[in-house]
Design a protein around this ligand. Structure first.
Ligand SMILES: [Fe+2]
Length: 172
C-alpha cells in the first residue's frame, strides 16, 4: 500500500514538471505569435482577414496573461523554453509572405499558416488543460479551457473566411 502511494506521488511530481514545461512552451509560442500577428495583419488584403488577425492579437494578449496567472499560482517562472514548433510554423509563414503572390492567393496562404498555428496551440492547450485536471489544478484547468475555446473559435472563423469568400477570389 505504502509503495503504491509513493509511486503515485512520484508520478505526480513528474507530471507536474511536464505540465510546467508544456506551459512554458505555450508561453513562448504565444509571445512569438504576438510578434507575428501584426505582420500577418499588415500583409493580409481582405478586410475581414485583417480584422480576424487583429482580433486574435487582442485575444493572444489575454492568453499570455492567463498563463502568467497560472505560473504565479504555481510559483514558477513563465520563461526558459524556446518553442521550436511555433518557430518553424512562423518561419514558414514568413517564407510565404516573401513570395510574390497575388493578394487573394497570399490571403489564402496566410489563412493556411494561421490555422496551422491554431492547431498547434489547440493541441498544446488541450494537453495542459488535461494535465491541470489530473494534478487537481481546477482553476488553471478552467483558464486553459477558456483559451482553448478561443483558439478553436479563431480556427473556425478562419475556416469560414476561407470557405466564404477569400479562397474563391484566389481561385478566380
Ligand atoms: Fe493563443
Amino acid at each position: 500500500m505504502k509503495l503504491s502511494t509513493t509511486r503515485s506521488l512520484n508520478n505526480m511530481s513528474t507530471l507536474r514538471e511536464l505540465y510546467i514545461e508544456e506551459l512554458q512552451d505555450l508561453y513562448d509560442a504565444e509571445n512569438q505569435i504576438l510578434e507575428a500577428l501584426p505582420k500577418m495583419a499588415d500583409k493580409a488584403s481582405h478586410p475581414d482577414l485583417q480584422r480576424a488577425f487583429k482580433e486574435h492579437l487582442e485575444q493572444t494578449r489575454g492568453h499570455v496573461q492567463r498563463l502568467e496567472k497560472i505560473f504565479e499560482g504555481l510559483e514558477e517562472k513563465p520563461s526558459g523554453k524556446k518553442c521550436h514548433g511555433m518557430q518553424g510554423l512562423i518561419e514558414e509563414g514568413e517564407e510565404l509572405m516573401k513570395k510574390n503572390l497575388d493578394d487573394d492567393v497570399l490571403d489564402a496562404g496566410l489563412i493556411a499558416a494561421a490555422q496551422k498555428v491554431e492547431h498547434y496551440e489547440m493541441a498544446g492547450y488541450g494537453t495542459v488543460r488535461t494535465f491541470a485536471r489530473q494534478l487537481g489544478e481546477e482553476d488553471a484547468a478552467n483558464l486553459l479551457q477558456e483559451t482553448l475555446n478561443e483558439e478553436g473559435r479563431t480556427d473556425e472563423k478562419l475556416t469560414r473566411l476561407a470557405e466564404n469568400n477569400i479562397n474563391k477570389e484566389a481561385a478566380r
